[in-house]
Design a protein around this ligand. Structure first.
Ligand SMILES: [Zn+2]
Length: 390
């Protein structure tokens, strides 16, 4: 009698949460991971999927993408499933005034597991709303997060152009009141220097996204990681990639990695523009870190278990038996690749010998993306039916 509904056979499993990096089979029963072991018999499964030659990882977790509010927002399934992402966090699209709309029209309708950062601005990430200090209410934001902890994982502060600290301080306060954390995308100004923000205005567990962008340059004129970044990391501030359309430059990331300053989490900041201009898809952003020399198990860890732990959802981002059966099967395609960055100084490429392509995306045990049809039968096995219908 089969014990598994699906068996991923012959792949190279990378599950950093469990220290697994080697040839293993993965058995799925219903909506859950049932077993990760060597040589699970094919007879024990209803459907065997041959994944030999490919990497098998937990479903990817994209900490920073846009499905609501922002004019470039995309529906989660379209921007996530082709790239192995089974969980995404909408990064500040809704505010407390628009949460219900986000929940009803995005979270409830998507096959992808969608969480959200609530914007400190009540109206969310629409037009010039993020400039309206009067709509940045820490108490109401925290109340909304506390009431919907099933969906909301933290606070987002972004794009504020004013001279003061209102957006940062109120966002950090909302995170404190709700027992979550604040993710910040705000460029420095002489009146509110980045060093002061990292060291005095943020709390341990809070984070900065777009960490290799020119808007908040991590590397100084001397080519070195600025000391306040190192000090901030030492006090528990985290750094997220948030690649996007204007926010990831190899000229920042390469020296940072060489000097031992990798990101805590790899994410896309995916939306309609970043997807096409700089190919900020999850597999492509991961490929860029591979190309810069990061070992694949580190790339996978920063794209699965690290974001899952940061958003306090330790049940995802892992292949632990009993966990939701969220799986990505990734092929390292051996063909010269040109991988694009993005930023105010233009788009440039890094040449690489290969890139990752997503072969299969499985969410809660269901195959939702299958690039080469490896979970399907050959067409010649189409059953006979009565075709002579009037
Ligand atoms: Zn963003």
């Amino acid at each position: 009698m089969p014990r598994y509904d699906k068996l991923l056979k012959g792949g190279h499993v990378i599950d950093p949460a469990n220290g697994i990096n080697g040839k293993m089979d993965v058995g799925i029963a219903g909506r859950s991971i049932a077993a990760v072991a060597e040589d699970i018999p094919a007879e024990s499964a209803n459907r065997v999927i041959d994944v030999s030659g490919w990497y098998v990882t937990p479903g990817l977790v994209d900490m920073h993408a846009h499905s609501f509010g922002f004019s470039g927002a995309m529906f989660p399934d379209e921007m996530c499933l082709p790239y192995g992402v089974t969980t995404m966090v909408d990064c500040g699209g809704p505010g407390w005034r628009t949460f219900d709309d986000f929940n009803r029209n995005v979270v409830q309708k998507a096959n992808v597991r969608v969480f959200g950062f609530l914007n400190i601005v009540g109206a969310g990430m629409v037009g010039d709303a993020e400039q309206v200090v009067a709509d940045m209410d820490a108490e109401l934001t925290a109340e909304c997060i506390s009431g919907r902890g099933d969906v909301l994982v933290g606070v987002k502060v972004a794009h504020f152009l004013g001279p003061g600290w209102e957006s940062v301080d109120r966002g950090v306060e909302a995170a404190r009141l709700s027992g979550t954390f604040c993710l910040i995308d705000q460029n420095a100004k002489p009146t509110r220097p980045f060093s002061e923000m990292l060291l005095e205005h943020m709390n341990p567990g809070d984070g900065v996204t777009h960490c290799y962008g020119y808007g908040k340059p991590m590397i100084g004129n001397d080519g070195k990681v600025k000391p306040h970044y190192i000090e901030a990391r030492n006090r528990g501030i985290k750094f997220d990639v948030g690649h996007g359309n204007n926010s990831f430059s190899f000229s920042m990331a390469v020296p940072a990695l060489e000097q031992g300053f990798p990101p805590d989490t790899i994410s896309t900041d995916m939306h309609r523009m970043s997807m096409s201009t700089s190919r900020a898809t999850m597999t492509e952003v991961m490929s860029k870190f591979l190309a810069m020399g990061m070992p694949i198990e580190d790339v996978v860890a920063r794209s699965t278990v690290a974001p899952a732990e940061w958003i306090r959802r330790p049940d995802i981002g892992t292949l632990t038996p009993g966990a939701p059966a969220d799986v990505a099967v990734l092929e390292l395609v051996d063909r010269p690749a040109g991988l694009s960055d993005s930023g105010p100084l233009g788009y440039r490429i890094m040449k690489a010998p290969h890139r990752l392509n997503c072969q299969l995306t499985i969410k809660d045990g269901n195959v939702l993306w299958d690039y080469d049809g490896s979970s399907k039968d050959d067409w010649s096995e189409t059953p006979k039916t009565d075709l002579d219908i009037p």
